[in-house]
Design a protein around this ligand. Structure first.
Ligand SMILES: [Zn+2]
Length: 213
């Protein structure tokens, strides 16, 4: 096997992105390079956008559970994070089925059934079999609420296929939500580490919405 500079030259010469000896050959290779790398770039951008969105949803759910519930055990956070991540699974589960022609229609599109009240009931019911249901409801509700603000969700699917929601800037909303959620989570962790919740004798860690307990 060739090694060093010789090996590099072999790879570059045979790669579609490598430069040719003539201008037309270079142009041809550049065109091929664009066509071959475009699906990779688009796929990467789609995956990275979905991953960013899922990460923000999880952060938001953790922050809300921390503020509303203040649980001392890890299970509520795990259940809430799962519930916050599940709705966007439609991009992985439904999209291949739609592309294969097994299902069709807006109900199976992104922000369809998995973002509806019915989807929420199913997700919370399933997760309540392995953990507390209230954090699951918070996780799912925070996801749907966030998506409601950033483009809309089909809240009443499958009965009503209308897209309900507002159109705040997706990127700005993600950035602001991430900043607030990370601040809340870090504040909660620091509070626990330095015992701020027990330092004041009369203060007890009650949730803001007592009825939600
Ligand atoms: Zn979503």
């Amino acid at each position: 096997m060739p090694s060093g500079r010789g090996f590099d030259r072999v790879i570059v010469a045979s790669h579609p992105c490598g430069s040719g000896s003539l201008p037309t050959e270079t142009l041809w290779r550049a065109t091929n390079c664009i066509w071959l790398t475009m699906p990779l770039i688009i796929g990467y951008r789609m995956v990275s956008k979905t991953m960013v969105a899922t990460g923000v949803h999880i952060l938001l759910s953790l922050a809300l559970i921390l503020v509303l519930r203040r649980p001392g055990r890890p299970e509520p956070y795990l259940v809430g994070a799962l519930a916050a991540a599940v709705p966007d699974s439609d991009t992985f589960v439904f999209r291949p089925l739609v592309n294969s022609g097994y299902v069709e229609g807006v109900l199976w599109s992104h922000r369809g059934l998995t973002h509806s009240l019915l989807g929420g009931i199913v997700v919370v019911a399933l997760l309540s079999s392995v953990g507390p249901w209230r954090p699951a409801a918070i996780g799912f509700g925070s996801h749907v609420g966030f998506d409601f603000l950033s483009g809309g969700v089909r809240l009443l699917a499958p009965l009503d296929r209308t897209l309900y929601g507002l159109s705040f800037d997706w990127l700005l909303l993600n950035a602001l939500t991430s900043a607030v959620a990370v601040t809340v989570i870090l504040g909660g962790l620091l509070g626990r580490k330095y015992g701020l919740e027990t330092r004041t004798g009369s203060y007890t860690a009650k949730p803001i919405l007592e009825w939600f307990r």
